[in-house]
Each structure stands twice: as C-alpha cells, then as structure tokens.
Design a protein around this ligand. Structure first.
Ligand code: PEP
Ligand code: MG
Length: 873
C-alpha cells in the first residue's frame, strides 16, 4: 500500500476508481470509454480476469487489493464491480487493508459501464467521494429518460412481484412485526439502514395491508407501507448476500428493533378537538390582543408538568428568496448547466446532512440515543434513492433549478403521506416538511435560527418542527403551546424527553395573545389558563412546586448510592451499548456499568472491529465512567443477534445454537482480539470481564485459558493491564443455575441474565410474540432460579448481580432487593425510580415479600402481592 497520501491536489480531492470484472477485456473497455470523457485526469485501475489461460474469466481478491492500492487516496476510492464473485473478491480485498484505510474504500452498487463513466466524470470535476457515489448510483436515470421511461419508473411503488435482477437467486421471508408501533420512523430508519448495507436488491411488502413491493432502501417507501404491530410483511432479497441480508433484517424485527414493548409510563389520552377552534390565521399578520380572550383553553396533553410564565409567541424566520417577486416562494427558472445545478443541490443536501448530524449528536447526549434516533430518519430521508433519482431526473430532463425541483419532490412526498389513511403517517408529514425546508433554507442562503426567548417563558407557536424542539433549552423554555400536532408527533415525543410541559392541538385563539401575557399550563390535562385568577395560580403553583420537589428528590436520590431505609446498600449499575448511553447512564445516577453489550461494535460494518478500534471505545467509555466500575461482556453473537460477516448463518433454533461463548471458543481469533483490547483498556481503569452463555464448567475453563494466553502475550510484550481484573460469567441458562456451586469456584462474580434465563426456564422464545409473555422473569419458576444462584454464589464467597430487563420494572425492585442481590444493572432511565423504590423499603420488608413471592404459582400473583405489600408499607 502506498505510504504517501495524494489527497487534495491544489485543494481538489483525488478520487481513485477501481473496475472489477470477470473479463479483462470488458474492464479495459470500460476504462477506455470512461477515460475518453475526461482527458486522462482520473486514476483508474483494473482488477479483472484470472491468471489461467485455459479459463481466464474470474476475479481475484489479491488483484483487487493491488488495484485499490495503486489508486489509493484518503479522499476515497470507488470500486465498481460486475457480478457474483466480483463482489466477494472486492469485499475480501478490503480485509487486506489497514482499518484506517478501509473506511475510505466504497464498494458501489452502480451499473458497471454507466456507473464508471458517471463516476469518472464526477471525479474529474472535483466532486467529493459522496458526490461521486451519488453520480454513479444515479447513472441509469439519463438512460431511462432517453428510453422514454417516465417518473413512474422511479416512483414509490415498484410492483406486486419483487423485481428480479441478474445477480442471483431471490430468497424471501415472511414475518409478523411485533414491536409496539410497527415500522414507524425509528424502526423504519433501522430497517432501511440495515437493508442498505447489503449488495442485494431488497424489497418489502405489507401483506396485511395488501400493499405492493417497495424498495427497502427508501425510507419513504418503507414508511408508507404503514406497517403496524401484528402486520405480516414479506421481505425479498436478490443477490450474493441475500441470505445474510434476510437474517439481519429478521434479527431486527424479531428483537423489536431494540424497543421496549411495554406501554409508556404516562399514557396520553387525546381529547376531542375544541369546538371554539377558528380557521387558521393568515401568517405574519400583526397580532393585537383580542378583547374576547377566553380565560382558559383546552388542547391535547403532550408532555406532563405544570408551567407558569409569560408567553412568548414564536414565529419561524421565513426563508427569503432574492430572485422572486413574492420572496416567499422559491424561484422557478431554466438552467443551462444541468450538471452544475445537480451539483448545487447535492452540496445543499450535504450541508443539511451535516446540520442534522450535529443535532443528532447533541440530542443523543441530552435526551438519549432512542429519542434522538428520530434524526436518523431525517438523514435517511436525505439519502433516499427514490427522491434523489426523481430530483436528478427533473434537473436533467426539465432543466429546472434546484430549489424548484426540490420543493416539487418534497410536496409530492408530503401529499403521498397525506393520502394514506393512517394518523401515524400523517404525523410524519412534519418530518418531511422539516427536512425539506432545511434544504430549501440552505439553498436560499438564509441563516439557521435557534429558538430563543428574552426571558424564561412559555413558547406559543402555530407549530414547531422536531428540529426546533430538539434544540430548545429547558431552562428558558418552561412550557410549549402549539396549535398543530398530536401527542404522537415527534415534537411531543421530544418535549417529553426534554421534560418540558407541552400542550398541542390548541385552538388558534392562543396565537392572538400578546407577548408577556401570563399563562399557566398543565401538560397532564392539556389545559391552558390565560391570566389565571389568584386562587387558580396558587393551586397550580402548589402543584408545580410539588412536582419540582418530587423530581428534585428523585434526582438527588438517583445520585446517591442505592440504599434501603435501614441502610442496606445495593450497587445500581447501567446496561449500555455505547458511548452516548454511558454518558446518559451517568446523568441518571448509574454507579457503574454492569453490562456493556459489545455487540454494538460489530454491527453496521462489513468486517470485525480491530483491536485498536475496540480499545479506543472501551477507553472512552471507561473515561466517561471516571473510576466507576465497567463490566465488559465479550461478544454475544448468535441467538437473536446475527452479524452476517461473522458467518453464524441461519439456524433452525438460533437460541439453542451457536451463540455467545460457544461461537467465541470456536473462533478464538475473534475472542483473542477482543480480550487484548479489554485487557489493554483495563490499565488504570476499573474494568471487569464477563463471558456470556456459559453452560458448562469446561466452557469457562476454556475461556479462562484463552484469557491467560492473551495475558501472557501482553506481559511478554510489556503491555500493561490490570493483573487483578475480576472475571465473571452471565448466569442465563438453567444448567448454569444448577451447577452454580461448581461455576462459582471458577469466577469472581455472577451476573444473572434474566432475559435469557426466563426464556430457557419457561421454554418460550423471547422474540416470539405468541409465547414471549410466558418468559416473565417474575414467574416464581424464574425467581427460584435467581434465589438458587444467589445462594450458591454467596456460599462460595463471590458477589452476585443481575442485568436482565426485569430490573427496570418498578414492581421488581423489592423482589430483587429481598433476593439478596449485591448489584443490579438496568436501563439508564429506570435508575432513579429503582433507587427511589428501594429507599422506601427496609431489608426485612423486602425479604418478607420474597418469601411470599416464591410460594406463588404465577407471575400475575407475584405482581399482585408486591402491589398489595407496597400499599401497606
Ligand atoms: C440477559 O439475557 O438477561 C441479558 C442481559 O443479555 P441479553 O439481553 O443481551 O441477551
Ligand atoms: Mg443474554
């Protein structure tokens, strides 16, 4: 590989192109054709044919590697392939490259001939790698247009049957979607991102709604399928990695996209619209206070809490267009240089993407990854191939300017959503408009505005976009009142995450209030009081103050050690799967991390993370924890977590198959790389190691032997690590419980994984909605297993924790405490409630609850007795 980095010659990116084909002559021909277009400026290498005169057709990974090396640049290398093994050779060639270079190599799904020409032309005109990729991928548009294929060819619905291409066999799976909201924005985004990682052509249809097949890499098409909980879908994949793609998508769906399927803590009941609603106000009219303002208004409760403050009317700065007479409508004009116009739109899309990325990072830290993922959907929207192809086609065929074309495309998507008779999809129009306006604003050169108020206030507006809401400062915006929206809008979801009381769907009269008018709002009932009477104010202040004291108390308790009323301490740790949720865990009062699910490091990529990449992440997480303990679980692949490139493959009983430690012991190089990274990170950090799915004593002994081998190698190389690091196992299969006394002799701690333990004890697949309810960790059969494990661990003198999701159930707190666990690890937002719950109890009370619970014959009865006992305490 070249040492030098030829990027940015005279400030211009240098993009290398590699053509991989079975036929040398075909590849040379494509290179010749492409170079003719650009006067030899772009480095193009060919990797084609094999060194066998008798049978010269084929591809060779080493040749592809050498071709990439010969044109390598940090600005990016685009690899175009013909079919079949060309893809595999290219993927394999990537593995020969150092990891820091792999990220600059892009395997492109574009058609070989058209794609190569479009890519070379774009690369020669100083485009960056993303632009070159888009050009290559959209290369068929011009041909389609020439052949008279109209927009419908690129339209949202493809066909009743999946389109079969020439890349190979088509495989299909049929699944029932069981997560609570179906394929709504966040799961749709996960589904599309996952599908887009594969070379295969993937399509999906909603059988329940009788829809046709749509492209799985288009966020809008997938969202418009309107897939809800219980709907049956068919996914079809055609291509070399079809099986892996289907396995990965199946995993996403069967694991409910990582969502918690329990209903939200605070159900929000939409109220009927207020009969006093007026028609919408003309925008930007000067507003005079109405002499007939009602004293109170009713809207839809969207985010709980009481707020009392002067109101501040927010009006979004409109986009202004220099070239138009109205200055509010984007200009329409004829463009001569269509390539330059397409480039202008792509630059605006790129800027918009960067803005959303910043918003996403900011929101991940402030409100957590789950809610911030709304903006992942915004990013996917900007990368939706059907939108980009439609926009490019219009610029190229109609010679229309970028802003007119973009607005046209956005209006069509919004009206497609509007036509669908689905209230949830109606809410997505706000996201479409939000993203669409962002791009138009960038094109117009109008600066971005931040919603701010001159003093702490209740914000009153016709509408707020999700982007506006995510950037609100809760110390200045004490409440939100808007006339648009519903409780399921992203604006409402974001307000709840930020803890700002909010009411949506208010009558437009509220928009007539003069700035500074005193308001009081109750986000739980949806009521707004205008200039409230003194006695109303007193009552609401009392309610607000009580809420604040309550919140403050929970916050204070959350940041103190987990302690019962009689001062028995239990460590309250967090389950995390990344850097952002570790920060969130600390904010919620986690005393450490009890389970780092390292699988996240292996997802969304095509090769396993290197030792250095893992080390960097483990160190970053340990740094955030600042001397709090960090328990790193080694890779738990298999079961419901399929990672295509590791080659676990499809199994008929994945939960009883090649998962966790079973896989790692058979692939010691994967485990050793991870152990080296964990050991190196343990130097000067409080790290412990934990092995998943241990079923026999021989397995933990084999894992420890590999660990000892790695420790020996590090010692010999003089690499420091924590020699006293504790080693533990997850107790999550029944055999581990029954031989817990033997296993306890091998390790320093146990952590009980009730998610798996419940499914194995109750013989009920945790991902199968028809039986998943049986796998309830509060069933006495599971509780007795936990009890037995704690007793065995304590008898052997080791500590015992628990890291299953059950710990987040408020009714589980007294039971887990009474069972004698030394540590619990749970999802970060549930930590304050857990600490609050145990702070009300004494150890003897909790033990008494457990004694009764263990004698019950169902999970329902356990819940009943906990409920009753808590009321008596
Ligand atoms: C468990 O099984 O309880 C557990 C915490 O692990 P996971 O959910 O990752 O399988
Ligand atoms: Mg598990």
């Amino acid at each position: 590989m070249k040492e030098s980095n030829p990027q940015l010659i005279n400030g211009v990116p240098v993009i290398g192109i590699v053509i991989v084909s079975h036929s040398r002559r075909l590849a040379e021909g494509v290179r010749e054709l492409a170079l003719q277009m650009v006067k030899d400026h772009v480095p193009i290498a060919v990797a084609a044919g094999i060194d066998d005169p008798a049978n010269p057709l084929g591809t060779d990974a080493m040749q592809v590697y050498e071709a990439i090396a010969s044109v390598y640049s940090d600005d990016g290398v685009l690899v175009l392939m013909d079919l079949g093994s060309a893809l595999m050779s290219a993927e394999m060639a990537l593995e020969f490259l150092p990891s820091e270079q792999q990220q600059h190599i892009h395997l492109c799904a574009a058609p070989l001939v058209e794609g190569a020409i479009a890519a070379v032309v774009a690369a020669a005109s100083s485009s960056d790698i993303q632009q070159v990729i888009t050009e290559a991928q959209g290369a068929l548009v011009a041909k389609a247009t020439q052949l008279g294929l109209d927009e419908s060819h690129l339209s949202l619905v493809i066909s009743e049957e999946p389109m079969i291409n020439d890349k190979g066999q088509t495989s299909q799976i049929s699944l029932t979607v069981s997560n609570r909201f179906g394929l709504h924005a966040r799961p749709a985004a996960q589904f599309v991102s996952c599908a887009a990682r594969f070379q295969s052509q993937i399509q999906v249809r909603n059988i329940t709604k009788g829809s046709e097949f749509v492209r799985a890499d288009s966020i809008n098409q997938v969202a418009m399928l309107g897939v809800r909980q219980g709907d049956e879908i068919v996914i079809s994949a055609t291509g070399s990695d079809a099986e892996e793609a289907l396995a990965a998508l199946q995993t996403l769906i069967t694991t409910n996209f990582g969502e918690d399927n329990t209903p939200p803590h605070l159900p929000i009941t939409p109220l009927p619209p207020n009969p006093t609603r007026w028609g919408p106000l003309a925008p930007h009219l000067p507003i005079a206070p109405s002499p007939h303002l009602p004293t109170s208004l009713q809207g839809i409760p969207a985010s709980p809490g009481v707020a009392i403050a002067p109101c501040f009317r927010y009006r979004k700065t409109p986009i202004t267009w220099e070239q138009t007479t109205s200055r509010e409508q984007p200009p329409h004009y004829h463009v001569e240089d269509i390539r330059e116009e397409w480039q202008r739109l792509q630059t605006a899309l790129h800027t918009a993407q960067q803005e959303i990325q910043t918003l996403l990072s900011h929101s991940s830290i402030q409100i957590g990854d789950t809610e911030a993922a709304i903006f992942d959907a915004h990013l996917l929207f900007l990368a939706d191939p059907t939108l980009l192809e439609a926009a490019q086609q219009r610029i190229f065929t109609q010679h229309l300017n970028a802003e007119a074309v973009w607005q046209g495309v956005i209006n069509e998507v919004a009206s497609n959503y509007r036509r669908l008779d689905d209230p949830y999809l109606q809410e997505r129009i706000a996201d479409v408009v939000d993203v669409g306006q962002r791009v138009l604003r960038v094109l117009s050169g109008t600066p971005m505005t931040i919603v701010d108020v001159p003093q702490p206030a209740i914000l009153v507006a016709a509408d707020l976009t999700p982007s506006d809401t995510a950037s609100l400062d809760p110390t200045r915006i004490l409440g939100i009142c808007i006339t648009a929206g519903s409780a399921t809008s992203h604006t409402a979801i974001l307000a709840r995450s930020l803890g700002i009381p909010a009411i949506v769907g208010l009558p437009p009269e509220i928009l007539q209030l003069a700035d500074g008018t005193q308001l009081a709002i109750d986000g739980e009932t949806g009521r707004v009081w205008v200039e409230p009477e003194p006695e109303t104010l007193v009552a609401l202040r009392t309610q607000r103050d009580a809420q604040q004291v309550n919140r403050q108390q929970t916050r204070t308790i959350a940041h103190q050690p987990g302690m019962t009323r009689d001062r028995h301490q239990i460590n309250v740790f967090a389950n995390v799967s990344g850097i952002n949720d570790t920060q969130q865990a600390v904010n919620f009062g986690a005393e450490g991390v009890g389970l780092l699910r390292t699988e996240f490091l292996y997802l969304n990529r095509t090769t396993a993370p290197t030792e250095e990449q893992q080390l960097e992440v483990y160190q970053a997480i340990a740094q955030i924890l600042d001397h709090r303990p960090l328990i790193i679980r080694t890779l738990d692949v298999g079961g419901d977590k399929s990672i295509a490139y590791l080659g676990v493959g499809l199994e008929s009983n994945p939960f009883l198959g090649w998962r966790g430690i079973r896989f790692c012991l058979d692939r010691p190089h994967v485990l050793k790389t991870q152990l080296r990274a964990i050991l190196r990170a343990s130097f000067r950090h409080q790290i412990k190691i934990m092995f998943p799915m241990i079923t026999t004593v021989a397995e933990i002994q084999a894992a420890k032997a590999i660990l000892a081998e790695v420790q020996g190698e590090l010692r010999q190389a003089g690499v420091p690590f924590d020699e006293a690091m504790q080693i533990g196992i997850m107790v999550e299969v029944p055999s581990a419980v029954t031989i817990a006394d033997q296993l306890a002799r091998e390790v320093d701690f146990f952590s009980i994984g009730t998610n798996d333990l419940s499914q194995y004890v109750m013989a009920a697949d945790r991902t199968n909605p028809k039986v998943a309810k049986l796998a309830d960790a509060l069933h006495p059969a599971v509780l007795r297993m936990i009890h037995q494990t704690v007793e065995a661990g304590h008898a052997a003198g080791i500590w015992v924790g628990l890291c299953g999701e059950i710990a987040a159930d408020p009714l589980a707190a007294p039971i887990l405490l009474g069972l004698g666990l030394d540590e619990v690890s749970l999802s970060p937002p549930a930590i304050p409630a857990f600490k609050g719950a145990i702070a009300q109890l004494t150890m003897p009370q909790a033990q008494a609850i457990v004694t009764t619970a263990l004698q019950q014959d169902s999970a329902a009865k356990v819940r009943e007795i906990v409920n009753d006992d808590l009321h008596l305490i």
